[in-house]
Design a protein around this ligand. Sequence first.
Ligand SMILES: NC(=O)C1=CN([C@@H]2O[C@H](COP(=O)(O)OP(=O)(O)OC[C@H]3O[C@@H](n4cnc5c(N)ncnc54)[C@H](O)[C@@H]3O)[C@@H](O)[C@H]2O)C=CC1
Ligand SMILES: O=C(O)C(=O)Cc1ccc(O)cc1
Length: 367
Amino acid sequence: MNGNVFIIGLGLIGGSIGLAILKEHPDAQVTGYDIKPDEMKLAKALHAINRTSSSLQHDAEQADLIIICTPVNETEKLMNSLAAFNLKPDVIVTDVGSTKKNIMSASHVLTQKGITFVGGHPMAGSHKSGVSAAKAFLFENAFYLLTPGDSADEQSIDTLKNWLRGSKAKFLEVKPEEHDHITGMVSHFPHIIASSLVHQVKQNYQKQPLISSLAAGGFRDISRIASSNPSMWRDITLHNIDTLKELLMEWQQEMNRVINMLEENNAEHIYAYFSEAKTFRDEMPILQKGAIPSFYDLFVDVPDYPGVISEITGLLAKEEISIVNLRIMETREDIYGVLTISFQTEEDRKRGAECITSVTDYDVFTV
Ligand SMILES: NC(=O)C1=CN([C@@H]2O[C@H](COP(=O)(O)OP(=O)(O)OC[C@H]3O[C@@H](n4cnc5c(N)ncnc54)[C@H](O)[C@@H]3O)[C@@H](O)[C@H]2O)C=CC1
Ligand SMILES: O=C(O)C(=O)Cc1ccc(O)cc1
């Protein structure tokens, strides 16, 4: 496609969207604006945009598509600024915010003026922020939720999907209330739980400093998202506070149920509790493919000897299988082995596993 795309907010998500658009539509003019000039320069250097903006108003007025990729409270303010500009009458304005109810309400300043607004939320990302962590394939196979405003017709929604085709995401239209309730449950609420677990460990840390070195395995998996950008999550929490309060009340009841179960001291009931959760989670479509994961991890149970990493990377390089990340666990407590290799696609992960198991005795696992 050809036209002027204007991305406001060039962090992890804005940068990833820019990369995906330019990959699919190399003739597009993608201009980027950020309050941090260094982030703008870096976005250009990384080819996430092909032009930096020196005037929000000027570039917004030239745009055929405006994508607001800022924290959600800034997005609301930016919509007010955009409403005061002389935007092209057929411009499409969209956002990527993790909440939708407040944003859709705030978008009325635009829709009242006849501007098309389609709310958006790519359901993939990372605990990292900033354009340096942006990836063109961040949203591959992930759901990309859309909440079209009242004035958005089918043609504008199709045009937006075409612009975003390079993301390889799966688009799904939902109502803003439904959006906030579902994402509250599967994304926002887990953040509170992850942070609360870290707080609990922190409180115990005073008495048992060894705890921080031994907090591997389950704790590491469940607490990763507590390392996310706190200001972004503050804003998300403030936008979805009622849903979160409701979920926390339900959680308190659930924890009371667990306390009662433990007091009962009944092995069968404890087994059933874990087993029912396992069955339900194992059947969840998110684990089959896509949805939340934005990378494809392979765990390799390698022995701890010098040169083992170069042996594995050498095998993969010989088969021309690209890897995006490689990590060594600091302890062997993790049942999946000490080496984690992240691939760009499911196909690469499959080939990587086949390549490693065909030449070595190392066990490989996926989750
Ligand atoms: N991080 C994630 O995994 C995901 C985040 N989101 C949503 O995407 C949005 C952006 O998140 P990230 O890219 O992760 O954050 P980020 O912190 O990496 O990037 C945000 C960028 O917006 C810029 N910015 C802030 N206020 C601005 C303003 N008024 N004008 C211009 N630029 C401004 C910041 O300088 C920063 O570079 C948020 O609304 C978040 O809820 C959605 C899906 C996943
Ligand atoms: O790091 C993770 O796994 C995330 O939770 C990423 C994420 C953050 C915010 C969203 O609205 C959607 C996905």
